[in-house]
Design a protein around this ligand. Structure first.
Ligand code: FHN
Length: 461
């Protein structure tokens, strides 16, 4: 809390004026002290109100059409960035491990990513076919990439000074990507979080509310990606309280399911938030609950020199299997200490963008299914079309379980090449595959049905 004191050290007054000036100063000081005390008491009162064991107001849920719009986007960029890029170790987790805590907490004094260019980052995401972008505005190390008034441990106090969160929000708006914010509920730098003393967590939750109010009102995020809800300090009631608070600021902002104490890959009474968040794996096919898998393009979330990068085939098939399971893929890059995303990662993302330029309509705005994805194929669907993504040729024949209540009228590759097939309501569908596929990574066969494919039940349960 900053105390704004009045400066009365001017000396040009006579005795009378001097007495008036002193009296005036004392009156102003008394008013300021009274204001600060009442504000602090109300803030403390608000602190006490942060612990609200009330259940969530069902009416505060994010409107379904907004979440449906999110799920139609299918593909987003996750960015883990911060002063830790100066060491090339994992954000948050390397604090007090590979990097001594004191050293880690002072990295911000060297943090100066002069080659950071928000327009470039967003263009890389856009050119790769991504429709939204999530930046770690505050990760577990507690460093804030925006100039918050509620913690000195922020970008304004680094040599870089610029508001990275704001610049990315503006760049996303200019280029038509949805701007989203990652915000940790586990802040390993804040003593109110780390020191278990009466009232500390209430003060911590109040700080969170103040910081969230800043980022929501200033940067108007499309979605908030919370993280860290597994730690013992974080209580269910904080999650309930924060969800209601967030919704009071913006009823349409999408919130992931890591505010409550529920686990990440299924909804439970403890869950707070709008969608499931499997991590570093492709989620299970789920036609009921919205979900998004967050997966790294390399191994580490934050930048690591010479980290192992996933081959293009794995990147594309991960996206296809995720969409085939009716989910989104949040694909992570970790920019380097100078603010650039590694050229090899940019190239890999461009290759994904080239594939999506051709096959994007089989991913965006589709539903997953009606077959569960596997290592040979995955399917998406829209209208009366099923898009059969075939990864392996398997001796030139592919057998699919029978579709329930629908018949295939035609089958052809994306480029029009006809595919011969026979179907039977018992053994299913047998497709004869050519010697050479149009696309070595993931070829798409269009199955034209005699009815809408979107409501068919899952065929290989
Ligand atoms: O601890 C974090 C980790 O650093 C990373 O941010 C992932 C991706 O969201 N989430 C947590 C691990 O579950």
């Amino acid at each position: 809390m900053k105390f704004f004191l009045i400066n009365t050290k001017s000396h040009q007054f006579g005795v009378c004026e001097y007495k008036y000036a002193v009296w005036n100063y004392l009156m102003k000081l008394a008013c300021s002290v009274f204001f600060i005390l009442t504000w602090s008491m109300s803030a403390n009162a608000q602190n006490l109100n942060t612990v609200n064991s009330g259940l969530l107001d069902p009416g505060s849920k994010t409107p379904k059409m907004i979440v449906d719009d999110f799920m139609d986007k299918r593909f987003g960029m996750f960015i883990h960035f911060g002063p830790v890029s100066l060491r090339g170790t994992e954000i948050g987790w390397s604090r007090g491990n590979e990097v001594p805590t004191l050293e880690y907490d002072n990295l911000y004094k060297e943090f100066n990513p002069q080659l950071f260019n928000a327009d470039q980052w967003v263009k890389i995401a856009k050119d790769s076919g991504m429709k939204y972008l999530v930046i770690t505005a505050k990760h577990h190390d507690g460093f804030c990439l925006w100039p918050t008034a509620f913690s000195d441990y922020n970008i304004k106090n680094s040599p870089f000074k610029r508001d990275i969160v704001e610049e990315l929000s503006i760049a996303c708006q200019k280029q038509g990507l949805a701007f989203c914010i990652y915000f940790t509920v586990a802040d390993w730098h804040d003593p109110n979080y780390t020191q278990d003393q009466p009232g500390n967590m209430d003060r911590f939750v109040l700080t969170m509310k103040n910081e969230l109010k800043e980022v929501i009102t200033r940067y108007k995020p499309y979605m908030l990606w919370f993280d860290g809800n597994w730690e013992k300090q974080w209580k269910q009631e904080y999650g309930n309280e924060l969800y209601q608070f967030i919704k009071s600021l913006d009823k349409n902002v999408i919130v992931n399911n890591r505010l409550g104490k529920g686990e990440h890959t299924s909804f439970s009474p403890e869950s707070v938030g709008d969608y499931l968040t499997p991590e570093q794996k492709i989620g299970e096919l789920n036609m009921v609950d919205p979900w998004e898998s967050c997966i790294t393009i390399c191994n580490q979330w934050a930048w690591k020199p010479n980290d192992k990068m996933k081959p293009l085939k794995e990147c594309i098939q991960t996206l296809v299997k995720t969409a085939g399971g009716n989910g989104n893929l949040l694909f992570n890059v970790g920019p380097m200490m100078d603010g650039r995303i590694e050229a090899r990662q940019v190239e890999r993302l461009k290759e994904m963008g080239t594939w999506l330029t051709k096959y994007g309509r089989t991913i965006y705005g589709t539903k997953g299914g009606p077959y569960k994805p596997n290592n040979t194929y995955a399917t998406t669907r829209k209208g009366n079309l099923i898009y059969l993504h075939v990864f392996e040729r398997n001796q030139g024949r592919l057998i699919l379980p029978a579709l329930i209540g629908a018949k295939i009228k035609k089958a052809y590759f994306f480029d029009g090449q006809v595919v011969a097939f026979v179907q039977n309501k018992d053994f299913g569908v047998l497709l004869n595959l050519p010697q050479v596929f149009p696309d070595t990574i993931s070829s798409v066969i269009v199955l034209e049905l005699d009815k809408n494919a979107e409501n068919l039940s899952i065929a290989n349960d």
